[in-house]
Design a protein around this ligand. Structure first.
Ligand SMILES: *Cc1c(COP(=O)(O)O)cnc(C)c1O
Length: 228
């Protein structure tokens, strides 16, 4: 069985080779290590190896780790789960990033509850790029109007877009959705030049996502092993 360090190195090699194939620099793609359900000591081990950005979905589990690891400089916590309105305060107080913003009401609450002594909360708009009715995320057509709302909230700082594409084996379908995300980010950046982040790509589709302009891939199991 391979160790955490070996798995981490393997994932970084996959990202490097995908960047090479796409003629992009390795620095242009960030790895978000999705540590949900995994213990703080594993996060600390990756931190020692140079990893800084960690993704979490489950709030209590996340807050326990964030608190336990508060001494680690520059560690960056990204909330990547669905957001219930009674959880916004805890998110606003503990995270640097929220990647799953798709409702005005939630944005308003995060803004109001972000402690004034902290830097504005960095946010990504989650886009329902596959247009599946039951799925989180706003419609592609509504990205610009939602961005305008967010610009009015001083304790939030819009940085770009995030998506979870359709669960499909069709590379063609996936590529079309990633490509549309890339175009949406370019359009968004016309009016909001600070928007440079495109969070898309997971274990099975990271090379395709990188080919289509992803600037952040989110990997859990391949680094930390299976979740029970
Ligand atoms: C869990 C999760 C991931 C990582 O999934 P793995 O299959 O463990 O790599 C990525 N993105 C989001 C939004 C997730 O919830």
């Amino acid at each position: 069985m391979s160790t955490l360090e070996q798995r981490y190195n393997t994932v970084n090699r996959h990202i490097s080779s995908a960047c090479e194939q796409a003629h992009r620099s390795v620095e242009s793609v960030k790895l978000l290590a999705v540590s949900k359900t995994k213990p703080a000591h594993m996060v600390a081990t990756l931190y020692e190896l140079g990893q800084r950005a960690f993704g979490e979905n489950y709030l209590q589990d996340a807050v326990d780790k964030i608190t336990a690891l508060a001494h680690l400089n520059d560690i960056e916590w990204h909330f990547i789960g669905p957001i219930q309105s009674n959880k916004t305060r805890v998110i606003a107080e503990h995270f640097q990033w929220v990647e799953t913003l798709d409702r005005e009401k939630i944005a308003q609450r995060l803004n109001d509850q972000r402690p004034k002594e902290l830097a504005p909360l960095k946010v990504l708009i989650q886009v329902n790029i596959s247009r599946e009715t039951q799925k989180s995320g706003i419609a592609p057509e509504q990205v610009e109007s939602f961005a305008k709302v967010l610009e009015q909230l001083p304790q939030l700082s819009l940085q770009g877009l995030m998506c979870i594409p359709e669960a499909t084996d069709s590379e063609h379908v996936l590529a079309a959705q990633f490509d549309e995300m890339q175009q949406l980010l370019q359009q968004l950046a016309n009016n909001h030049p600070q928007c440079t982040v495109l969070s898309m790509g997971m274990s099975n589709d990271l090379a395709l996502a990188i080919k289509h302009g992803s600037s952040e891939v989110r990997i859990g199991t391949d680094i930390f092993g299976r979740r029970d």
